[in-house]
Write a protein that binds this ligand. Sequence first.
Ligand SMILES: C[S@@+](CC[C@H](N)C(=O)[O-])C[C@H]1O[C@@H](n2cnc3c(N)ncnc32)[C@H](O)[C@@H]1O
Length: 217
Amino acid sequence: MTVLVTKKKGWIKERKNEYYYKKAKEENYRSRATYKLAQTITKYQFIKYGDVVVDLGAAPGGWIQSARKVVGKKGFVLGVDLKPIEPFVQLYIRTIVADMTEPATIDQIMSFLPRKADVVLSDMSPNISGVWGVDHARQIDLATKALETAKKIMRPNGNFFVKVFEGELLRDYTKMLQQNFEEVKLVKPPASRSKSSEMYLLALGLKSPETVSEGQS
Ligand SMILES: C[S@@+](CC[C@H](N)C(=O)[O-])C[C@H]1O[C@@H](n2cnc3c(N)ncnc32)[C@H](O)[C@@H]1O
């Protein structure tokens, strides 16, 4: 009986995954990941019309597609990835090939922006080794790079949405976000596979450096 229930649950999950995969193909989205961002925007409204958005780890471009729908022509979306992203026809979308672990990338990003970003997104993931502790640590490393970048390229009161993997380093990372933002929420969008350890943190309202007390930044 338990075996049957477990199998059925597995089957339902697989079907759900398949559902987003198929939906993305039918609706001409570049990845099923697009729905993770779209669902979070719908729920929390943290990207607005006219916003400047920077998307770190953006290939193949599913999140760019979700973000651009909200920001429209008056906004701007810059996608950054180690891999080239197939160009978009819209003039308010730009993509660059760059490594977020290289300090020079921050200046490169700023040189493309019309003004400081309103929102920074990061769906960056390391190559998965299969060793849980290693992958978790690498993921938190990338999320830390994303936070450092956000603090430099984003205006005060801006919003930050970042992928993390569950694990022992998550608590300290969350604390770091809480010190730098007014509000932090843990988010697991319905389109994110329930069996995966991936989850997202939504940090709202970047504090200006003066309001972050020393030793906390
Ligand atoms: C899950 S995919 C992103 C999917 C994307 N959000 C979408 O909707 O299409 C993660 C991406 O992070 C990128 N990435 C990993 N490390 C990076 C780094 N150091 N700098 C820039 N991009 C990185 C990978 O190349 C990969 O394309």
